[in-house]
Design a protein around this ligand. Sequence first.
Ligand code: ZN
Length: 271
Amino acid sequence: MPQRALFIALAERILFSLVIAMDTQLTWYGQSAFKIVTPNGHVLLIDPWLTNPVHDRGKDEVAGLKRVDLILVTHGHSDHVGDAVEIGKKTRAKLVATFDLSAAIVTTLGYPSELADVETTGHIGGTLTLLGGEIAVTFVPAWHGSGVSKEETAPSVYAGNPAGLVIAIRGGPTIYHTGDTDLFSDMALVSRFHKIDIMLVCIGDHFTMGPARAAEAVKLVKARTVIPMHYGTFPILTGTPEAFGRELKQRGAKAELRVMRIGETISLGAG
Ligand SMILES: [Zn+2]
């Protein structure tokens, strides 16, 4: 019966779109900037430098952001704080950061203080349960700097130690964003507490670990899938996904390498 066939086709389509909608969505904007849309439709930005030199739609993207629930920042450098203040003021997103970094972003850069209260402020080793329990964010160590500067030439303001972020999403993957860091042996501790499905790993060299050291970091974390970041934004960030891929292979890392294009969105199933 044609109506019945139509009904079944329609029902299948609705079911299919529901399944798609339930997947976590991950978008990369270049450098270390990502957007995560959770299965419940919450929107998170990490290190939101959307107007970076390799993302030509940056200004449009910032202008088009209607809903952002949380902005997570790993450390105070401008290529990570990025457009956080503008987006925070516009969307009323809450700032998720360690105590000293949060204070520096509020007092030095003008992030609205009422959006950076104790609920979303923690420190290294601590886990914050947010968005009605849909996500849990754990601050983990990173080896880098973290000063906040109002302008390039202004002296930097103390912002504590830099961090990496482990973001566990209910009904979705657990994502480890390394922030900017070198390889360090305590990265192995991350896997004792979290099964990392997706590791967003800096590979650019010069200011962070390059491909070889990043590949060793992946082995310590035992990540299932790795997505390289923090490369190619400036000529000095010379690490490439190709070199990273070679190092992963040579060093016997079992992780799957997924290289994202700038502006690309991918669907991530549950962990
Ligand atoms: Zn950086």
